[in-house]
Design a protein around this ligand. Structure first.
Ligand code: GAF
Length: 386
């Protein structure tokens, strides 16, 4: 039994006076490529982090939901299932409560739960700490109440919890990554139909590493900027007469952009999404061909597009990318929604120490808060631990 599992189990027993019926875990993620494509029916390619949310859970039959997190100050939060209502909660409890709300809204017979959580996924770092909380609770309730839902269905319910209950208009990538990723693989996901392919991604075997640099600039997607980008993409699809930007052919992009005339803001959004979908396909092809080092420049191109066209980067993320490349990285880009959060850096193993030092020094010189740098290894998706 792992240390986190033991602690969460013991924490549950101390709080609720009984052993939990089970313990589950769900990871955070980084996205290798395919940013802001998931609400445009496009392609994404995340992989799971070793950082997880762990939950000890038992059922209740009295319509009550009791929630506690080892990571947050304060005692047990107790809610009545009948009182759960969209956008009624601005705290961390909105994520697990939203999942219970979404399950019940979909007609699943959930009659209550006691939940104790602990997470090692850094929060506000663009690494899907909220999706990990949602998915771990969804998986636990699916098992305990024998709902028989498949992983992709759990991801959809978690997305609904986040969109409607929490009020953040996010796509489906993070929840699917947490629910469906596999160790040693990146997940190539078509967000239109949720079809998936596990792509082997073992950088260590090829003498490379993928670093995550958490800039410590906190972000949130329930704020306005994410929603504005999403609305702009939908406007672009409307103007072009397509269901979603996924339907704009990359080979016809110039013609599509001309048709948008002087809608400069929308043109930039469309250009990012259409080129980003093409980048995901390029990365898949390169990995299939065993040409892993060649994905570096594609990642870097993705960053330029997010910075210049989609405009979701920030000075700290740009500094990571520029510094890492100058110090010899094969490629680098922001990952996740942006406006802060984390960047990823693809590097030769031999260059990792120098790149890390260069980024840390550049942050110190710029007067930014010291970044947190760690290596990311593709790890397992959500699972029952006990
Ligand atoms: C956030 C969202 F939650 C995802 O759905 C996705 O849109 C991502 O930003 C950008 O690719 O993580």
């Amino acid at each position: 039994m792992g240390a986190a599992q033991v602690q969460v189990r013991q924490g549950f027993a101390a709080l609720y006076g009984a052993e939990p019926e089970g313990v589950w875990s769900a990871p955070g993620r980084v996205n290798l490529i395919g940013e802001h494509t998931d609400y445009n029916d496009g392609f994404v390619m995340p992989f799971a982090l070793p950082h997880t949310a762990v939950a000890a859970v038992s059922r209740r039959t009295d319509g009550r939901l009791r929630l506690h997190s080892a990571d947050v100050e304060g005692g047990i939060v107790e809610l009545s299932l009948d009182d759960l209502a969209p956008e009624s909660d601005k705290n961390w409890t909105a994520y697990p409560a939203g999942v219970v709300w979404a399950l019940r809204e979909a007609g699943h017979p959930v009659t209550g739960a006691d939940v104790h959580l602990s997470s090692t996924v850094p929060s506000g770092a663009g690494l899907s700490s909220s999706a990990a909380l949602e998915v771990v609770v969804a998986l636990a309730l699916n098992d305990l109440y024998e709902l028989g839902l498949k992983r992709w269905q759990l991801a959809r319910l978690c997305q609904r919890a986040e969109n409607v209950y929490v009020g953040a208009p996010t796509g489906i990538m993070d929840q699917t990554a947490s629910a469906c990723c596999e160790a040693g693989h990146a997940l190539f996901l078509d967000t239109r139909d949720l079809s998936q392919r596990q792509i082997p991604f073992d950088l260590a075997a090829e003498g490379m590493r993928l670093l995550v640099v958490d800039t410590q600039v906190k972000h949130a997607h329930s704020g306005g900027e994410y929603g504005k980008r999403r609305a702009g993409c939908e406007q672009g699809a409307d103007l072009l007469g397509v269901h979603a930007l996924r339907d704009v052919d990359h080979a016809e992009l110039d013609t599509a952009l001309e048709r948008l005339g002087d809608e400069e803001e929308v043109r930039r959004l469309v250009r990012h999404v259409v080129t980003e979908d093409a980048r995901v396909e390029r990365v898949v092809d390169l990995l299939k061909a065993g040409d892993t080092r060649a994905i570096g420049p594609v990642l870097t191109e993705g960053h330029a597009s997010l910075r210049d066209d989609f405009r979701v980067s920030c000075p700290e993320l740009d500094l990571v990318v520029d510094t890492a490349l100058a110090a010899g990285a094969l490629g680098a880009r922001m990952t996740g929604g942006g406006f802060g959060g984390s960047a990823i850096v693809l590097a030769e193993e031999a260059d990792v120490v120098a790149i890390t030092k260069a980024v840390e020094d550049a942050f110190a010189t710029a007067g930014f808060t010291a970044p947190r740098v760690f290596e990311a290894v593709p790890s397992p998706g959500a699972t029952r631990l006990a």
